[in-house]
Design a binder for this molecule. Structure first.
Ligand code: SF4
Length: 229
């Protein structure tokens, strides 16, 4: 299982632990090898990275995607918003956070004075899991070098982890999202602060929680202002 060794060396070098839920057996027998290794991905510029993602066949999700969803936004942004994975509409349009959840994310950003175009938005996975099931650990492991490289190129001043899947995978934890909110974390050993909030799709189902998401955004703004000082 060669994703194991070289990718783990790479992740170790980045100070980022691979997180695998202890109650899951990770069957990597279905993981297909892509020719590119994580160490190569570390060297790519934006255009080459986007092309590499577009042609990626490193996990089974390439078989069912319409297209990859690389991420969009300002490549000089202070804010990196990280969600879970493309849904049906994102898979169709090739953009993250479109549809009603995307509109709510835009409104959330607007509430703290940000236009969507001012931030960069990406996902843990670049391809849609069938039927919007949760990402599998081996899929996250395969896709993680792309996000690591996006972070390295972007050098955001803050990462907003949107939803449980994004938060748990960015922070390598299985702690529930409610307990992750309201604290400052860092992404690996990058020193870049991470703040956790709810996914807008969840907020659409549970509008009473929007107040907490607002508090999370204010908290993120406070952290960002501290970073800039
Ligand atoms: Fe490649 Fe990520 Fe898509 Fe899997 S989800 S095929 S690793 S781009």
């Amino acid at each position: 299982m060669t994703i194991g060794l070289r990718q783990q060396q790479y992740l170790d070098a980045m100070g980022i632990q691979r997180w695998v839920r202890r109650d899951l057996h990770v069957d990597t027998s279905t993981v297909e090898e892509d020719e590119s290794e994580p160490a190569d991905i570390l060297l790519l510029d934006w255009e080459a990275l986007q092309a590499k993602v577009a042609g990626c066949t490193a996990c089974d999700l390439h078989k069912t995607r319409t297209q990859t969803v690389f991420g969009v936004g300002n490549r000089n942004a202070d804010w990196l918003v990280v969600g879970e994975a493309p849904g049906a509409e994102e898979d169709r349009q090739g953009k993250p956070f479109v549809g009603r959840a995307g509109q709510l994310l835009n409104a959330m950003l607007h509430a703290v004075g940000l236009q969507r175009e001012q931030v960069f938005i990406a996902n843990i996975l670049k391809c849609r899991p069938p039927n919007n099931r949760d990402p599998r650990p081996e899929e996250v492991a395969c896709c993680e070098p792309f996000l690591i490289r996006q972070v390295a190129l972007l050098k955001p001043k803050i990462i907003l982890a949107v939803g449980r899947i994004a938060a748990q995978n960015l922070l390598k934890t299985d702690t529930r999202i409610g307990a992750l909110r309201g604290k400052r974390y860092t992404y690996g050993d990058t020193g870049i602060p991470v703040v956790v909030t709810y996914h807008p799709a969840y907020l659409l189902r549970s509008p009473k929680e929007k107040r907490k998401a607002w508090q999370d955004l204010l908290f993120a703004c406070k952290i960002l202002n501290e970073e800039k000082q």
